[in-house]
Design a protein around this ligand. Sequence first.
Ligand SMILES: *Cc1c(COP(=O)(O)O)cnc(C)c1O
Length: 384
Amino acid sequence: MKSVQPQQRVYLSPPHMCGRELEFVQQAFASNYIAPLGPMVTGFEEDFAAHSGISHCAALSSGTAALHIALRLLGIGRGDIVLASSLTFIGSVSPVTFLGAEPVFIDSDTATWNMDPNLLSDAVKDYCRQGKTPAAVVVTDLYGQCADYDALREVLDRNGIPLVIDAAESVGATYKGRHAGKGGICAAYSFNGNKIITTSGGGMLAAEDGDFISRARWLSQQARENAPHYEHVEVGYNYRMSNIVAAIGRGQLTALNERVNAKRQLAARYEQALSHLPGISFMPEASYGRSNRWLTVMQVDEQAFGASPETIRLALERENIESRPVWKPMHMQPVFRQCAVYGGRVSESLFAKGLCLPSGTAMTDQDFERVIATIHSCAGEGAK
Ligand SMILES: *Cc1c(COP(=O)(O)O)cnc(C)c1O
């Protein structure tokens, strides 16, 4: 009789080192810059600026920190309205509340799953009419697909409202040929452990305005005045990236193009293997850009497929395979129950029907087949 071996766990989006990270880390050790700041931080910022085509970058401790500093620099504070994507991760929105401002959520459209420019227009009109012009918009590039920046800008520019792009998930993606995040007043990126490239934890704030980024660096280092002693006119944060972490980032960045190609290939393989099943569909890719397919996300019509996304998730879990529901929309979160929302049905439906599939770029063919077989085995279960 065959003994049952516990299968190795398949993770949703585990780190994937390329091998060059240690070279950079060793350089950092050899230079003894075991510190926040140092040549690797500057090097990572320059590498990222070159890759993204955005002139100035500040390497920070997280994507959330990058958004916090961005909003602070835009002068957002108590009483301000900030419009934000509802279908996102909380790190996109928590900085609004750190500053005492009020988030108002905008639903997705079905074509891109990103912020609906028509609903944004409705919200801007309403608030401007009340004399409460929104102080900023934070838009998320969902699961590695850029939002339609130009369509959003059309609404915002005539009202002088800045667009902050939360590109935490879209590193390496493009919008009309430009890198994700290029086209707003600034963009925030994340190198958290689950993102397409990772430094274990970290973030980047990028902008065309060099002054904006200099001020971001200053705020991220406790807002110290230029004096030999410690002098403070404003309160800042301890949000700088460390030199060791930046070294990992420089190594990871050399593999980014490969990772994007691998993620896109994986998404295509999933579609090939599953989209013929009744009730199964996948996140659409907008014609204006190239998604990095950070996560492959499928939609399950329970009636047609014969099982719910949660049934599939639990079946995968029994096989030691990690999958996750789509982000629970911010307007459904208890912590934001007081906040206004424009629309809501689209993201609610995506949350109810969505499942994020294992999307690691180092996943073996064997593991991929395990995932596919498990999903196939769920089909029709509910109809029996
Ligand atoms: C990961 C993520 C963040 C936060 O990034 P951290 O580096 O984890 O702070 C913000 N927004 C979105 C959409 C994310 O996916």
